[in-house]
Design a protein around this ligand. Structure first.
Ligand SMILES: Cc1cc2nc3c(=O)[nH]c(=O)nc-3n(C[C@H](O)[C@H](O)[C@H](O)COP(=O)(O)OP(=O)(O)OC[C@H]3O[C@@H](n4cnc5c(N)ncnc54)[C@H](O)[C@@H]3O)c2cc1C
Length: 422
């Protein structure tokens, strides 16, 4: 990458000049996005700075140190942007990328269905051509941020006569239209982070096909590779949990207030990648750092976190070298699931009876409870732990593949519910 000290100095100078707690979130994200610092690894002609992946960590460090709000969170910057950069036309890049880096439009990922999760290629939502448009019918589930998104990365079947991996197309679907119904689901955290999404003659233009007709599986794999590479990465700055898009309703918020929310409790928003810092801070505040059992378990968490961080670096180095994420990505994913289970057990142990109180800043303002209740999720999304183990078994240990139908069988001839893993 470019000289890391030079990148740090340049971004620090940018922050000194441009960060202003009195800006609205929209104004701040406009400065960050149009200067290329929201997505420093993207090409310069498309709102990036053409820097290596290390620049992302440098930017996050400096944002935290300055108490500044990070780039837009959510799936636009993480998944849709890199996918459009890799497979979109110049017209599509011009249409979609700027609202992503400036947080003007939020995205959701419309992949999973009730009968297609681990076996994603069995998806049944269909899109049929109607002149210059496509008509979409079907259902998605587990759609993170679906209720607040303006656009969705939609996978739909466009050729049921092709084998299941081949007749899928990737669309950028406008969510605000009569044919799209988003029903929030309530999780055990008490939040509604994800939704079911129903399509009833929803419409999407032919110009919103990303990466070519019936080429959706290849395009989806770019999205999934970015998802796996992004899992377990740290937070992006104070208030990094701010959600982009007009529907999310945060663009008019004063950025200083967002940053202060994090600074007041002294802990990061719920984020497993930074859980060690969070738990250590709370244990310190509660005077529990002298407890040998807590110390031992914190040390164990720190060690695993460091191993996870280094494995994530290997994944990123492999991607930067154009090799794509190899088996390290599967190991990193399994390690993150283990870290989550450890955080789930250690957080309440540090809080003791106070784990039942969520309102106090001393105990993290509910962040431990949220991490604890959310802990099962990372072992499911981005490919469940069992799927990671299957991949390691087949591709690293050379074990035989699971039996399944011929990969040349047309989708229409497969029995619903019996399709096997992709
Ligand atoms: C917090 C969260 C957010 C999510 N956000 C999104 C989102 O924004 N967009 C989206 O499209 N999806 C999202 N997902 C969905 C996620 O990708 C799926 O839940 C995941 O792929 C698993 O699919 P499934 O739930 O259908 O379970 P299934 O695939 O039905 O699996 C059920 C169980 O069987 C196991 N299993 C399945 N196949 C095999 C096999 N071949 N060998 C061994 N075991 C197997 C699984 O490991 C699991 O334990 C999210 C999930 C979570 C938890």
């Amino acid at each position: 990458m470019a000289d890391p000290d030079g990148v740090r100095a340049e971004f620090r100078a940018f922050l000194a000049e441009q960060w202003d707690p009195d800006l609205t979130l929209a104004e701040w994200w406009d400065r960050l996005g149009t200067s290329g610092w929201a997505a420093p690894t993207w090409p310069e002609e498309w709102f990036g700075r053409g820097l290596g992946r290390d620049a992302v960590a440098i930017v996050a460090d400096e944002l935290r140190a300055a108490g500044a709000v990070g780039p837009p969170s959510g799936l636009g910057l993480l998944l849709a942007g890199p996918t459009i950069l890799a497979h979109g036309t110049d017209e599509q890049k011009a249409r979609y990328l700027k609202p992503i880096v400036t947080g003007q439009e939020g995205w959701c990922q419309l992949f999973s269905e009730p009968g297609a999760g681990s076996d994603l290629a069995s998806l049944q939502t269909k899109a049929e051509r109607d002149g210059d448009e496509w008509i979409v019918n079907g259902q998605k589930v587990w759609t993170s941020g679906g209720q607040a998104a303006e656009l969705g990365m939609l996978l739909a079947r466009t050729d049921p006569d092709a084998p299941k991996h081949k007749g899928i197309t990737y669309f950028a679907l406008p969510m605000e239209q009569p044919g799209v119904e988003v029903r929030p689901l309530r999780e055990m955290t008490g939040r509604s982070l994800f939704s079911e999404v129903f399509f009833d003659d929803a419409r999407v233009g032919d110009d919103a096909v990303i990466g070519g007709l019936n080429n959706g599986w290849i395009v989806a794999n770019t999205t999934l590779a970015n998802e796996r590479a992004g899992l377990g990465s740290g937070g992006s700055g104070a208030g990094g949990g701010a959600f982009p898009g007009k529907k999310a309703g945060m663009l008019g918020v004063r950025v200083g207030d967002l940053a202060e929310r994090t600074a007041r409790s002294g802990v990061q928003p719920a984020n497993f990648g930074r859980a060690f810092d969070t738990l250590r801070t709370i244990a310190d505040k509660l005077g529990r750092l002298d407890d040998p059992s807590i110390r031992q378990r914190l040390a164990e968490l720190y060690t695993l976190n460091e191993l996870g961080r280094m494995t994530a670096m290997r994944v990123k180095a492999s991607m930067a070298a154009g090799r794509g994420p190899g088996p390290e990505a599967n190991t990193a994913k399994l390690m993150m699931s283990r870290i989550c289970r450890m955080v789930r057990d250690l957080g309440p142990a540090i809080l003791g009876p106070e784990a039942m109180l969520t309102g106090s800043d001393t105990t993290g303002g509910g962040v431990v409870q949220e991490l604890t209740l959310f802990a099962p999720a990372p072992s499911i999304y981005g490919g469940s732990d069992e799927i990671q183990k299957n991949i390691i078994g087949e591709r690293v240990l050379g074990l035989p593949k699971e039996p399944g139908p011929d990969k040349n069988t047309p989708f229409r001839e497969l029995k619903v519910g019996t399709q096997t893993s992709a």
